[in-house]
Design a protein around this ligand. Structure first.
Ligand SMILES: [Zn+2]
Length: 379
């Protein structure tokens, strides 16, 4: 069986211009590689950004427990003008692999596949390894939920997942993500009673009530934070009163807000809590309200367990440095993994989404070594 070289594989992946949910043959290419080392590959379709569906890959090696999974994506962001080195050539120069996706995250995908090919060839083990590659992490995010739905239907259970997003900052492995905050948007509209502003007592001003609601929400503490996440925070981002007259008290006023919340909350209970505060103020002021919410992601968090401490130890062994466990950064496909224990550990994020994205070759080598050790220690 073959052992794939991480640098060569990363170069090959970079050469597929997989902007948005364009496939360009990359999933077929990956399926072929993984089938050659014993994986069973399934393509799972999801809604694409264009007329064609997005193609996601689920590859599994082995049937027994425990089941460790890797989650990555092969789609890339654009920002493709003014590059010094063409973005889809995979050029190696002065110790760097250049190209879109070198860090985010074709590089990480290549490191994992390289480590797995080496591990399978040289070890007998009990358990399964799977690889999930999505095609729309940077855009719509339908791919990962589609794969999760497929796994539920097939009754396949993942015991631990490594998400290969570029979590590292100054050196490979210096940061490991063990969760992310949730995000929810809201619009509160307050209805009063309009009237002539000269006749106090004949109108109910929704502006005054809205101001009181904002003050009350801002002065209500949501929590004190957790060990790995800061206190949840609500910010008002827009206020609006449709009123063209200076001497008319308007009928309604509205405001938009965003809440970044930690793992002490679920969006459902948070909605209840906020609505209760808003409605209590409105009732006192004799106003009615309409509150709309849109959840963009629940907070999630894996309590540091034996797998996470094992990975921390491996990072120390390979790099000589201690990894920091945190919940920083933007969102990723990891949010769709439900209650699966997981961590995010990948290359550095120093040039992601930028012009001239690149990764030091030595980083790719280091990450492959870390991944190999994770496999060896887990099984
Ligand atoms: Zn990414």
């Amino acid at each position: 069986m073959k052992i794939f070289n991480e640098i060569k594989l990363a170069q090959e992946l970079i050469r597929f211009p997989t902007v948005k949910t364009e496939d360009k043959g990359i999933m077929k290419f990956l399926s072929k590689k993984l089938t050659a080392i014993g994986f069973k590959c399934t393509i799972i379709k999801s809604k694409g950004t264009g007329p064609k569906p997005a193609l996601n890959l689920y590859a599994r090696f082995g049937k027994s427990k425990p089941h460790m999974s890797f989650l990555g994506h092969t789609d890339i962001v654009s920002n493709l003008n003014n590059w010094k080195i063409p973005p889809f050539k995979g050029v190696i120069r002065k110790g760097y692999l250049n190209g879109r996706g070198a860090q985010d995250m074709k590089g990480g995908v290549a490191c994992w596949i390289s480590a797995v090919s080496n591990f399978i060839k040289n070890n007998k083990f009990k358990g399964s390894i799977s690889i999930i590659i999505t095609a729309d992490e940077e855009t719509t995010g339908y791919g990962c939920p589609a794969v999760m739905k497929y796994l539920r239907r097939k009754g396949e259970k993942i015991d631990f997942s490594v998400v290969g997003e570029p979590s590292s900052n100054k050196s490979v492995g210096d940061e490991i993500r063990i969760g992310r905050r949730g995000s929810m948007n809201g619009i509160v509209t307050v209805y009063g009673k309009s009237g002539h502003s000269a006749f106090a007592g004949t109108y109910i001003n929704p502006c005054t009530t809205l101001a009181k609601i904002i003050a009350k929400l801002k002065s209500s503490s949501l929590d004190n934070g957790t060990k790995f996440m800061p206190p949840s925070n609500l910010e008002f981002t827009k206020m609006n009163v449709d009123n063209l007259s200076e001497n008319v008290v308007p009928q309604s006023a509205s405001a938009k807000f965003n809440v970044r919340f930690n793992s002490k909350h679920k969006s459902a209970s948070l909605k209840k809590k906020l609505s209760k505060i808003i409605n209590a103020v409105a009732k006192k002021e004799k106003c009615k309200t309409k509150i709309e919410y849109r959840v963009s992601g629940e907070a999630f968090y894996t309590k540091p367990n034996k797998e996470i401490y094992m990975v921390k130890k491996i990072v120390k062994k390979v790099t000589g440095k201690s990894a920091k466990l945190n919940c920083r950064g933007g969102t990723s496909d990891s949010r769709f993994l439900g209650s699966i224990p997981r961590l995010e550990l990948g290359l550095r994020n120093t040039t992601i989404h930028m012009v001239d994205e690149r990764s030091p070759i030595s980083d790719l080598k280091k990450l492959t070594k870390i991944y190999y050790n994770i496999l060896e220690n887990y099984f």
